[in-house]
Each structure stands twice: as structure tokens, then as C-alpha cells.
Design a protein around this ligand. Structure first.
Ligand SMILES: [Ca+2]
Ligand SMILES: [Ca+2]
Ligand SMILES: [Ca+2]
Length: 206
């Protein structure tokens, strides 16, 4: 009787290698999936924090931050990401003795390198101490969209996927009414970086 013991044949080896390959692929796919899920929930919780900030600003000032700095301070911005910059500037203002948002440093950018007139910095009395018009960005590096209900129906130039695109306030397809009709809208372009007016994979407050 000969021994049954023998080494792997070439085919068996190839099968084993293929299985390892498939398992590794599944593993990295699952890893990618969980990173994506983690980023989505990070965006959701930042949006919830921004909402609380905007609401507490409203308690002190009687209204939500405007969709552009021009309305409040008659400054001519560069027209890009004005809602986000205005939201950030107003939440960072100490004009009433307190600020309204605890900014996460890694999410503060000035992607379009614009700034406020120096003389306004003291007037606004914001926490940054310089005149940079910052944006607050999502986990994929794109600024959130912020639109005050006064400006629903208007189009705004915002950064999506690293370049300017036009957006306007999101509407429910079912009821053909704006989301958050008497408050404000905040959303992220989501994992694909493309703004879809709070539809598709965009991450929104509703
Ligand atoms: Ca800008
Ligand atoms: Ca800016
Ligand atoms: Ca999107």
C-alpha cells in the first residue's frame, strides 16, 4: 500500500491562492465600506452640531446667519461658498460675548483663499483672530452647503468635488416643498463629492 501523503498539486495551490485573493479583496472592500459608513456618520453628527450652533445664534440675534456676508457686512466676497463662509463667520463671532460652535480644527479650510476686510474682523469679533474667510468642510474635504430660508429658490456657487458648481435649496419630490421651509438647510455632497441638492448620497439634516 502506497502512502496517501502527497504535496499539493499545482492546481490545488492555485485554488488556495485564488481563495486567499478573494478573501483579501472582500476584506478591503469591507474596510472601504466601513470607512465610508464612518465618514457618513461623522458628517451627520457635524451637521447636527452645526444645526445646534445656528439655532443658538438665532436665539441671541433673532435670526439665523444670512447666506452671505454681504447681507450683514456689505462686503463683496468672491461669490463662492458664501453660505458656508457666512455660517462659519457668524458662529465664530463673539459679538454677544459667546461663540456658537466648537470648530473641529481639521475641518476648517480656506479653499478659495478669500478674506474679509481687516476692519470688519474687530466688528465681528470672531475667534479666529485673522481675516481669513474659512469654510467648514465635510470628511471628504468639500464645504457643507448652508442656505437661509430667505434664499430658497436662489442659485449659489459652491465647491463640490474640488470645483465650483451651482446648487439651490433642496425640495421634496413628493410634496414639491422645500425642506426646512422656515429654518435653513445644511447638507454635505456626500461620499461622491457631487452636490445633488440634498438628494442622492448627499448627507442632510432631514
Ligand atoms: Ca468664498
Ligand atoms: Ca473661503
Ligand atoms: Ca452627492
Amino acid at each position: 500500500m502506497g502512502s496517501q501523503q502527497k504535496g499539493f498539486t499545482l492546481i490545488e495551490l492555485l485554488v488556495v491562492i485564488a481563495i486567499i485573493g478573494v478573501l483579501a479583496g472582500m476584506g478591503s472592500q469591507m474596510m472601504g465600506y466601513s470607512i465610508k459608513k464612518g465618514n457618513i456618520s461623522a458628517a451627520e453628527s457635524e451637521i447636527q452640531r452645526l444645526i445646534l450652533g445656528v439655532e443658538s445664534f438665532q436665539l441671541d440675534h433673532g435670526d439665523y446667519p444670512p447666506t452671505s456676508m454681504e447681507e450683514a457686512y456689505e462686503v463683496s466676497g468672491n461669490g463662492l461658498d458664501t453660505g458656508n463662509e457666512s455660517m462659519v463667520a457668524h458662529l465664530a463671532s463673539r459679538a454677544k460675548g459667546r461663540t456658537y460652535f466648537d470648530f473641529t480644527e481639521e475641518y476648517l479650510e480656506n479653499l478659495d483663499n478669500d478674506s474679509l476686510d481687516k476692519s470688519l474682523v474687530d466688528e465681528i469679533s470672531w475667534v479666529f483672530g485673522d481675516n481669513q474667510l474659512r469654510e467648514y468642510v465635510d470628511p471628504w474635504g468639500n464645504p457643507y452647503v448652508y442656505i437661509h430660508n430667505n434664499d430658497y429658490g436662489r442659485e449659489f456657487s459652491v465647491t463640490g468635488d474640488g470645483k465650483p458648481v451651482m446648487v439651490s435649496a433642496g425640495q421634496s419630490a413628493k410634496t414639491a416643498t422645500y425642506y426646512e421651509p422656515i429654518r435653513f438647510q445644511i447638507w454635505s455632497a456626500g461620499p461622491d463629492g457631487i452636490h445633488e441638492n440634498a438628494e442622492g448620497d448627499d448627507v442632510s439634516q432631514w
